[in-house]
Design a protein around this ligand. Structure first.
Ligand code: DAH
Length: 362
């Protein structure tokens, strides 16, 4: 009486074995609700009562066998060597992205390009003349101390011509065989270079480049980036500078952010200003819920310098200061970027620490 059940069980087991060999495991076909095992188990009701216990044992045995075979197969699936499962999801290659500072540089360029600024590039190892002297800082002028400069070791030829306050162009590197060579301490070296390139205004440039200074702490790195704007034309006024700064503040930080300028001193601009942006956390009030704003403490963030181009700088670039005026501004990309809403980076050295975990977040 049990023979038919036994032989059907054998068949089911055999069928499973061939399926497994072929690598086509479909568990539901054997062990599912409507599977072959279920059908076999239902046959128990045709067995006479006295044989039912024996039949039950047999059926339990069959179930165990099927389950063990499936389990073993799942542990070490015998995939036939000549078949590839094209439906298996592939491993996604890791996709990188631009470094956060490169992203910031792209964004800054786009913002200024929209109002007609042209991005330029100039040497990041440049003559002292472009970095200091043409910017109204004669040799040994104390204002130079502000820039902790890396000089490049080479014979210094600066002393060969007398300094002439009225005509700084007499000290142009092409006349004095170069002079001192420095790693650019600021992007302002591009100002006179751009005047020389275009020869005649209008000039509307944005120069974003690496700068180097002998400094290293949480807010300074020896290599960092600055961006420098320069506009020269007829009738350029402080209003144009203010409009440009406000436009940038709104585009980069959001429509509610404002800029302000405070009197300051730089040798290459007159008048000169420091530029602040209002804090996006407290909206420029310095207070959050009646308490001092933790991010800015005063309502404003100081970001950089600006001013109206000094007549001596225009002269050094071969431009007549009686006909043309201009404004310039310049400051750090890293600092500008870390003030963005949502970023909370208290140590800018992290940008250059090469930790993927840090960089992945941007
Ligand atoms: N070059 C200055 C610095 O590195 C910043 C600066 C100030 C740039 C005033 C300008 C300017 O163009 O007009 O600190």
């Amino acid at each position: 009486m049990l023979d038919p059940i036994q032989s059907e069980a054998n068949q089911i087991i055999k069928q499973l074995e061939t399926d497994l060999e072929k690598g086509n495991l479909d568990q539901t076909k054997y062990l599912g609700k409507r599977g072959l095992f279920r059908k076999l188990a239902q046959k128990i009701k045709d067995v006479p009562p006295e044989k039912r216990q024996q039949a039950g044992k047999l059926i339990n045995q069959v179930k165990k066998t099927l389950e063990t075979k499936v389990r073993q197969h799942l542990k070490t699936p015998s995939i036939p060597t000549n078949s590839i499962d094209l439906t298996t999801p592939g491993e996604k290659p890791k996709v990188g992205h631009l470094h956060p500072i490169s992203q910031a540089i792209e964004e800054i360029s786009r913002i200024f390009e929209r109002i007609g600024f042209i991005r330029v590039r100039y040497p990041e190892v440049d003559w002292d003349w472009y970095v200091f002297e043409s910017l109204n800082m004669p040799p040994n002028h104390p204002a130079r101390d502000e820039w902790e400069t890396f000089f490049v070791d080479r014979p210094d030829t600066t002393g060969e011509i007398e300094y002439d306050e009225r005509d700084p162009r007499k000290r142009h590197p092409s006349l004095i065989g170069g002079g001192k060579l420095v790693l650019t301490t600021h992007t302002s070296n591009s100002q006179v270079r751009e005047m020389e390139r275009l020869k005649k205004p209008p000039i509307r440039m944005i120069n974003i480049a690496r700068c180097y200074r002998r400094q290293q702490d949480a807010t300074h790195t020896q290599m960092f980036h600055q961006f420098e704007g320069l506009v020269i034309d007829k009738n350029i006024t402080i209003q144009d500078l203010k409009g440009t700064l406000n436009y940038f503040a709104k585009k980069f930080y959001g429509p509610e952010v404002k800029s302000r300028i405070r009197p300051f001193h730089f040798r290459f601009t007159e008048p000169s200003f420091e530029v602040d942006f209002s804090c996006h956390i407290c909206g420029g009030t310095g207070k959050v819920n009646g308490k001092k704003c933790k991010l800015c403490k005063s309502g404003w963030h100081e970001v950089g310098g600006a001013g109206m181009v000094h007549p001596n700088v225009l002269k050094a670039g071969g431009i007549d200061p009686d006909k043309y005026t201009g404004f310039a501004f310049g400051w750090g990309v890293e600092r500008t970027y870390t003030l963005k809403p949502g970023l909370n980076i208290d140590d800018i050295r992290q940008f250059y620490g090469n930790k993927v975990e840090f960089l992945k977040q941007f």
